[in-house]
Design a protein around this ligand. Structure first.
Ligand code: GLN
Ligand code: ZN
Length: 762
């Protein structure tokens, strides 16, 4: 019997119930009990939905209030010392680690957060140190197993595997792998306990197996799984790999002593035969054939053919069918999409559709193909192939005509810098990254407008007033380069996608980004073009309000690509180039409208990096090229900024330099200015704005902290090429903390200028 399985279900809820519950709890409107109840209700509903769809192996402990790695940090007792004073209240400690805490005499910053592999999900980075000890710090996997079992549902607890846990962590001075022997006893005890609690299977997620591993990491995998295999009474272990092919780790992964191996056959389709060959007979092969990272209805005939190949090679006695990875990365339920046109909707599959696809495939392998589900798949494929909405000959012609010359500014940076002095900026110019608080009034006005309860004129008036207030506030705070505040934007990608051809939107296609933050990625189904200017009117208006330079604010082509669900019928690079040409037109129009500074955000450049180094060069080449194509139509006098956040840049600094933006602002405060090392070693040639405070936390930094960070930054980047700005946009914050923080930031910059002048630094 072939088993239908799932690796993880989105936890946010089909109406974002978890988001609401979290935010209400954080704002003090509801107590912990209410939050815990909502979470429990969601888990129950998700288990039931999976069962009802025919999934036999349903995951548990895939749920997290904030992040599954943060859960694992608490589980293994790796809470950093600065939070241990809070540990008598585990939930408070948990959210303090996630978001920082500044209340009742406590003042701790949040832990570092970074992208989960090449997704737009962010995890909390385990902070590890040599010689640290681990001990069971929470009951969550056991409690959730019991919770499901009380509902009559037997689940497969999901644990972050011990080796990936360590590899995803950060440790100074040594490789975190050195901690393996200390960590394993916690896993051993837990596996024993899960076995006693009646778990038949446990899922150990080891996505690091699809990345480049050194010998020490490979040895760690062998050592870890040999030890875990010896645990008496442990559940059978399904080792889950995803986000790519095993590649040179294939022999390692297939030789580990576990009961089953999950492989990604969407991105790692070509590994199928090799895996079938290498995986010892009798081991379960869990085939990830349904794409957990995109929204297209699967080609079920094709997926079934893959499964049949497995059947031919190994029989179907030990075969699971599942998604390529956890469904965390796709929207929950398409039934809420009442406005999507039927043709487009028929091309799509959200998490619950994917469950249906998985169980249909499992049945089909055993000869009970549910024809109506296969028919839906065939119909979608045929209608997409024939649809006129997909191909636009004008876009193809323009792409064809684009020349290399269009990717170059007129002069090199040094010459541009001289001309840009006309902007009249001081040493250490201050600015922000673009958005200002999306207050409840802003969101309410947008919602009313969208619902037709507020007419265009009144909405426009509201936004103009909001923009003007933001401009006045920035002037009185003394910022040097202003922004309009992005009040008219719901989201930095959706806003553009809505104005571009080739994009479609969902009403509720939310995907968790971090904590309670969700994004609703646009769906690129066809060729992309820009029918009319998208941002020019707002930027022109904002500039008309002030004598100071106003930044035109755009999202870059790579980020638009990266944060959308994109078509799979052409290379990503081609879609990216189409978007770049559309942004290029906008850049030219902004310059013509009098904007002398234009920022093109590319926060997602790094997360687009392939997981394997061997593939980086090719990706970076087209990504950089797309940015340059978008940013180069302007004169030397126009200053191009770019912004990047939550990324480590050391290994891609050449590419960042090759983008040739006049100024790049980056996130640095959570990783304590470490990023700047790259800029120092490589001698980044243009200007840099290292974020001087963490905007993901409500904490207000002191001016002295800013001075301190700037002094550190000035050691590695010549001060005349340094800018002063927060880490990222401020839309998730409230005005009081934003004003407090920016006041201190401007004051910090002022003091730093003074100190540098007094110290005679150049
Ligand atoms: N300009 C955007 C903002 O300020 C940038 C957001 C981002 O980098 N993620 O909101
Ligand atoms: Zn950012």
């Amino acid at each position: 019997m072939t088993i239908a399985t799932n690796l993880g279900f989105p936890r946010i809820g089909k109406h974002r119930e978890l988001k609401r519950a979290l935010e209400s709890h954080w704002s003090g409107k509801s107590d912990a009990r209410a939050l815990v109840e909502t979470a429990k209700g969601l888990r129950a509903e998700h288990w039931r939905v999976q069962r009802a769809a025919g999934i036999e192996h349903v995951p548990s402990n895939d749920f997290a209030l904030y992040d599954q790695i943060l859960d694992a940090i608490q589980l293994v007792g790796a809470t950093p010392p600065r939070y241990t004073a809070l540990e008598s209240e585990p939930l408070r400690a948990y959210f303090a680690m996630a978001r920082g805490l500044q209340a009742d005499g406590v003042d701790v910053p949040a832990m570092e957060m970074t992208k989960w592999f090449d997704t737009n999900y962010h995890y909390i980075v385990p902070e590890l140190f040599p010689g640290m000890s681990f001990a069971r710090g929470s009951d969550k996997p056991v409690a959730e197993l019991r919770e499901a079992s009380a509902l009559g549902i037997r689940t497969r607890p999901v644990l972050v595997g011990p080796v990936s846990f360590l590899l995803l962590g950060k440790m100074h001075g040594a490789s975190p792998i050195a901690l393996l022997d200390r960590l394993l006893p916690v896993y051993e005890a837990l596996l024993g306990e899960l076995g006693r609690e009646g778990a038949e299977w446990v899922q150990l997620d080891e996505p690091c197996l699809v990345t480049d591993l050194d010998e020490a990491a490979k040895a760690a995998f062998r050592a870890a799984y040999e030890r875990l295999a010896k645990v008496d009474g442990a559940p059978r272990a399904l080792l889950a790999t995803y986000f790519g092919a095993l590649g040179d780790n294939l022999a390692l992964a297939t030789s580990l002593p576990v009961s089953g191996l999950h492989v990604d056959l969407v991105r790692g389709r070509d590994q199928l035969d090799a895996v079938c060959e290498a995986l010892p007979k009798g081991r379960v092969l869990s085939a990830g054939v349904i794409d957990g990272r995109n929204v297209w209805r699967a080609d079920l005939d094709d997926a079934l053919a893959l499964l049949r190949r497995i059947g031919d090679a190994r029989g179907t006695d030990a075969l699971f069918v599942g998604p390529s990875c956890s469904l965390l990365h796709c929207p929950v339920d398409r039934s809420t999409e009442t406005d999507l046109d039927p043709e487009l909707s028929s091309w799509l599959a959200f998490a619950t559709d994917k469950l249906e696809e998985i169980s249909a495939l499992a049945e089909a392998v055993d000869g009970r193909a549910p024809e109506e589900i296969f028919e839906k798949s065939r119909a979608a494929k045929a209608s997409r192939a024939a649809s006129k909405r997909v191909h636009d000959p004008a876009v193809a012609a323009r792409l064809e005509a684009a020349t290399a010359d269009m990717t170059r500014r007129k002069s090199p940076y040094a010459a541009r810098r001289e001309k840009q002095k006309a902007l009249g900026l001081p040493l250490l110019p201050t600015t922000t990254i673009g958005s200002f608080p999306q207050t409840s009034e802003v969101r309410a006005a947008r919602a009313e407008h969208k619902a037709g309860k507020r007419d265009d004129a009144s909405y426009e008036r509201f936004l103009r007033e909001e923009t003007e207030r933001a401009v006045r506030r920035q002037e009185s705070l003394g910022l040097d380069v202003l922004v309009h505040g992005e009040f008219e934007r719901n989201d930095m990608v959706e806003y553009f996608g809505e104005k571009l051809e080739g994009f479609a939107f969902t009403k509720n296609g939310w995907v968790q980004s971090y904590g309670s933050r969700c994004v609703k990625p646009p769906i690129v189904y066809g060729d992309v073009s820009r029918p009319t200017p998208m941002t020019v009117a707002w930027s022109r208006y904002a500039q008309s309000l002030t004598k100071r330079p106003m930044k035109g604010m755009l999202t870059g082509p790579v980020t638009i690509l990266q944060w959308s669900f994109v078509r799979v019928d052409q290379p990503r690079s081609s879609t990216c180039r189409q978007i770049a040409l559309a942004i290029r037109d906008e850049v030219a129009d902004l310059e013509a409208a009098g904007l002398r500074v234009i920022q093109i955000d590319e926060p997602a450049i790094r997360e687009g990096l392939p997981l394997r180094r061997a593939e980086w060069k090719a990706y970076l080449a087209w990504a950089v090229d797309a940015f340059r194509l978008a940013s180069s139509p302007v004169s030397d006098e126009t200053q191009i900024h770019t912004h990047m956040c939550y990324s480590e840049f050391n290994d891609i600094i050449d590419a960042i330099a090759a983008m040739d933006a006049d100024v790049v602002s980056i996130e640095t405060s959570r990783s304590r200015m470490e990023l700047l090392e790259a800029f120092a070693t490589y001698r980044y040639p243009n200007e840099v704005g290292p974020g001087v405070y963490d905007i993901h936390s409500p904490r207000v930094p002191a001016a002295s902290e800013i001075v301190d960070l700037l002094a550190r930054a000035a050691k590695v980047v010549p001060v005349e090429r340094l800018w002063v700005n927060p880490d990222c946009g401020l839309k998730t914050r409230g005005w009081p903390e934003v004003e407090g923080a920016l006041r201190n930031m401007v004051e910090g910059a002022r003091r730093a200028r003074e100190e540098l002048a007094a110290g005679g630094a150049k």
